[in-house]
Design a protein around this ligand. Structure first.
Ligand code: SF4
Length: 106
C-alpha cells in the first residue's frame, strides 16, 4: 500500500478533453469513452485498481467531486504538474482524508 498525503479529483464539467493530465501522469489520469478525463487508483500502488468514472460494478467508483482518488506520494510531483498544466483548471487536489475515502462507497 502506497503512502498518500493527497487526493485528487476532476470536475468533468470543466474538462476540455485534451489529455494533458494522462500524458504527464498515466497512473492517475485516464480518458473515458465520452472524451472526458477521470482519476483512478492503480493496483500497482494500492493493491486494486479503481476507476472513478461513474460506471457501475467492481473496480469503478463515482465521478466528479465524490470520485476522489488517493495519490501515491511518489506521484505528487506529477499530479501537481498536471493540475498546473490543465487548461480547464479542473484538477482538484486535496489533503488525504479517511472520511472522504469512506464516503466514496468503493
Ligand atoms: S488536463 Fe485537465 S482539461 Fe485536459 S483532459 Fe486532463 S482534466 Fe481534462
Amino acid at each position: 500500500m502506497a503512502d498518500t498525503q493527497l487526493m485528487v479529483w476532476i470536475d468533468q464539467d470543466l474538462c476540455t478533453g485534451d489529455g494533458i493530465c494522462e500524458e504527464i501522469c498515466p497512473d492517475v489520469f485516464l480518458g473515458r469513452d465520452d472524451g472526458l478525463w477521470v482519476v483512478k487508483e492503480e493496483a500497482s500502488h494500492f493493491g486494486e485498481t479503481i476507476i472513478f468514472d461513474g460506471a457501475d460494478g467492481a473496480g469503478h467508483g463515482p465521478e466528479g467531486s465524490r470520485g476522489v482518488a488517493r495519490v501515491p506520494d511518489s506521484l505528487i510531483e506529477a499530479v501537481v504538474e498536471s493540475a498546473e498544466e490543465c487548461p480547464g483548471e479542473c484538477i482538484m487536489i486535496e489533503p488525504y482524508s479517511a472520511e472522504i475515502v469512506a464516503a466514496r462507497g468503493v
